[in-house]
Write a protein that binds this ligand. Sequence first.
Ligand code: AMP
Ligand code: GLY
Length: 418
Amino acid sequence: MNIMIIGGGGREHVITKLIARNQNVSKIYALPGNGGISKFAECVKISAEDIDTITSFAKTHEIDFAVVAPDDPLALGAVDRLEAEGVKCFGPSKNAALIEGSKVFAKELMTKYNIPTAKYEVFTELDKALSYAALSDCPIVIKADGLAKGKGVTVAENFQQAREAIMSCMKDKAFGHSGERILIEECLTGKEVTVLAFTDGKTIVPMVSSMDHKRAYDGNKGPNTGGMGVIAPNPYYTQTIADECMRTIFLPTVEAMKKEGRMFKGCLYFGLMLTDKGPKVIEYNCRFGDPEAEAVLPLMESDLLDVMIAVRDERLADVPVKFKEKASCCVVCASSGYPGTYLTGYPIDFGNAEEIEGVDVFHAGTKNEEGKYYTSGGRVLAVNAVSSDLESAREKAYEAVKCINFEGMRYRTDIGSL
Ligand code: AMP
Ligand code: GLY
């Protein structure tokens, strides 16, 4: 089989690595891929958002199966276009991807189908949003409606912060059209859990749970990022909670999307808060999380490509989806300045990191030039260790991180220290 992976981050690196193990795979192309992915796939300089060029590439290269991993091409309808040309895909259609592409749509869906979530109001006018925020008890949460590269959410501790977030979305248009409509939400408290789940629109199979660390600095301080590290499984996510989530959130979401004529096929991401009134949805994503994928997928025992094909063919109920009874700890090494502005192009010294048992160094933002690796993004590497338990996974991940070096490298030292 010829496989095409769309995307070029750490998530696509782990997906490519696992797919490369499947005996039926003869060739993998990654569009655009990255330095690490180039070990397993031919990287082709086509942007993940250039759907026209991706579609013609798939046809000329006789692609049998495509994985569309990032949110932008999914929201732009990459899966619809490829499937229309006869290319089978893992990933939701454009109308199902709206569950991530519009937070207002997701909220209205949850309200309509009684899926537990935070209370909210929607605003399209700056003055009304500001007056509402002024009258609200802080903390409150300000969210841009559309996609904002993981940066469109502000948990405002006081009115001043809320005001800045609202102005930045609605007046300064920091997120372009994505912030023209905003949500102001009740702030939930509790432990956060991410659950990624395979679904073919009929059956839903959750993967091992995880815990992202979204804030930039130790102690959950600083701005939100795309994610600075992950542990899996999430120690707070008990079997009783998992059963409750299946009943009140997972199955009702799949059912709701089907009823709305937006059958969801692919990986559905549930960002949950375990509140004292039960688990509630903070957000949905229409894809594997990044860096959650780098911690969760290495624990997968079943063949990833076989499961992806079963999802596409709507026969998920017939395939085994098994995970190892082990733990992962994944630490992101970022460029100095991330999630703000940062410089790239620095050489990366990996030391002996990849020789440590159970360690994978996934490349998030790197490029390979004549066999040497250089930084090319904000999040540069996602260093994951799999071990028998969380504590030893954590030790190994940090042992590996300490072997690695590049100019300005920064990482959180408290991933998984509960
Ligand atoms: P999101 O981009 O929607 O995942 O939001 C980023 C982060 O903001 C989440 O991981 C939470 O930590 C926080 N957050 C979002 N919505 C809420 C909420 N309603 N209450 C408390 N925290 C929230
Ligand atoms: N790590 C959060 C996300 O992928 O949206």
